[in-house]
Design a protein around this ligand. Structure first.
Ligand SMILES: Cc1cc2nc3c(=O)[nH]c(=O)nc-3n(C[C@H](O)[C@H](O)[C@H](O)COP(=O)(O)OP(=O)(O)OC[C@H]3O[C@@H](n4cnc5c(N)ncnc54)[C@H](O)[C@@H]3O)c2cc1C
Length: 404
């Protein structure tokens, strides 16, 4: 092992070459998936991932709730979910390294979106798109909802869509599996932080790291999640992606409730079964943007519990055991990610961020997509052109209408 290495495949820059064909900035789920697929499509390429914290303490990935669903309105998101869900299902075996499986604790618990009359049109339109894309989804009346989920209050609902093949998994398992597999295939993880990015008029030339070293590369992929806009600012590329704090809670009910799918409503209450209890939260879209990880221990009682108890009276006696915070990498333009390069300005600088609450589930498809774009010059399997940077430049939102 070279001097300065932490373990196989992980190095400090002192021990690594200073030039790579492709440099991925940020080694969370997006950066690691991108690196994995890039190495598959370009087996001869030298690829590195710059990640300052191999423990991923503040990374969004390891703070996520793990939901995977096809319930979207944009065809791109439905297709990304279909591919990713199947990929995650096969993940433990397909991503095994050295005969060791890559566990992700996949639970096919299903997803359920419920709406009041004001949301019926949106739900119906999304349901039609999901059907068109071959998803197994059931549009349910309030009575049918009550039959399937007897403890749910339905008198103020107009409909729901249940997708029984959806579910949830362990986000950290998924990240570690991608990372291990990428390293096993020759990707080099460098433990360092990007502090500056150098450019000419038309291309990015190098990244300067906190260690003081310079990293040169032909292609750069910005996969820094909630920090992506900071890196874009270094090359004067405007990126409307901001950190949005979101709490996740583990809670239990005093009286038993049937096993629930991942339930989401229009007020952005979202939770699922977890062991003998439940895991979930309620997104506050009005939360001031910023890198704030403080935990508001009253939030559950103030915001989440009333919404829970309203929908499932059994939660009137609920106990919150743990609350943690994490950051959505929120795309302020439209809630959809940016997957692409800055064409005509910095052609060799790609962004893979802004998944606004659904990045874990889309990481397999998004990593493959950016790898296709880099290797072939265009998307090969799912056409994600509408999620490129051009819409940001034009200021034209392409909104995801499905509940976020
Ligand atoms: C509470 C919560 C619940 C969620 N639930 C779900 C869910 O159910 N399903 C779902 O699909 N998604 C969910 N998400 C969203 C999901 O977690 C994110 O979309 C996804 O993890 C983003 O991955 P990422 O790799 O882009 O970001 P991250 O995991 O944050 O990785 C970015 C990496 O960039 C690194 N970095 C930062 N600055 C620099 C720098 N200067 N140089 C180099 N590297 C840098 C960071 O250290 C970090 O490791 C949830 C998020 C939260 C907060």
């Amino acid at each position: 092992m070279p001097a300065g290495s932490e373990s196989e495949g992980e190095t400090t820059l002192a021990a690594s070459p200073h030039r790579y064909d492709i440099t991925v900035l940020g080694g969370g789920i997006m950066g690691s998936s991108a690196a994995y697929f890039l190495q598959q499509l370009l087996p001869g390429a030298s690829i590195c991932v710059v990640e300052p914290d191999p423990s991923y303490e503040f990374a969004s990935t390891v703070r996520a709730s793990g939901g995977v669903r096809v319930l979207f309105s944009c065809p791109e998101n439905v297709e990304m979910s279909k591919y990713s869900r199947e990929f995650i299902r096969r993940f433990p075996v397909d991503m095994a390294v050295g005969g060791r499986e890559a566990p992700v604790d996949w639970v096919e618990g299903g997803y359920l979106f419920i709406v009041p009359p004001a949301g019926t049109k949106m739900l119906d339109a999304s349901y039609e798109i999901q059907l068109l894309h071959g998803c197994e989804v059931d549009l349910l009346t309030p009575e049918q909802l009550k039959d399937r989920f007897p403890s749910m209050r339905v008198d103020d609902l107009s409909a729901g869509v249940h997708s029984p093949r959806d579910g949830w998994c362990d986000p950290n398992g998924l990240l570690q599996g991608f990372r291990r597999s990428a390293i096993a295939r020759g990707v080099n993880y460098i433990t360092d932080r990007v502090v500056d990015i150098g450019r000419t008029d038309h291309a990015v030339t190098h990244a300067r790291l906190a260690s003081g070293e310079y990293l040169r590369s032909d292609i750069f992929v910005n996969a820094a999640g909630a920090w992506a806009a900071q890196l874009c600012a270094m090359v004067e590329m405007p990126l409307p992606i901001a950190p949005l704090r979101r709490f996740e809670h583990y809670f239990t009910a005093a009286t038993p409730i049937e096993r629930l799918p991942y339930v989401k409503d229009l007020d952005r209450l979202a939770f699922r079964s977890e062991g003998i209890g439940f895991s979930g939260g309620l997104v506050n879209g009005g939360e001031p943007r910023g890198f704030n990880f403080d935990v508001d221990h009253d939030y559950f009682e103030r915001a989440v519990w009333p919404a829970l108890a309203h929908r499932f009276p059994a939660f009137e006696a609920a106990k919150c055991h743990r609350t943690w915070s994490g950051l959505y990498e929120q795309c302020e333009l439209d809630g959809n990610p940016v997957i692409g390069n800055w064409k005509g300005s910095l052609d060799n600088f790609y962004v893979l961020s802004g998944f606004s609450g659904h990045g874990m589930m889309h990481a397999p498809a998004a990593g493959r997509a950016i790898a296709e774009l880099i290797a072939h010059g265009s998307f090969q399997t799912i056409d994600l052109q509408r999620l490129g940077y051009a819409r940001i430049e034009r200021g034209e939102p392409y909104p995801e209408a499905g509940i976020l």
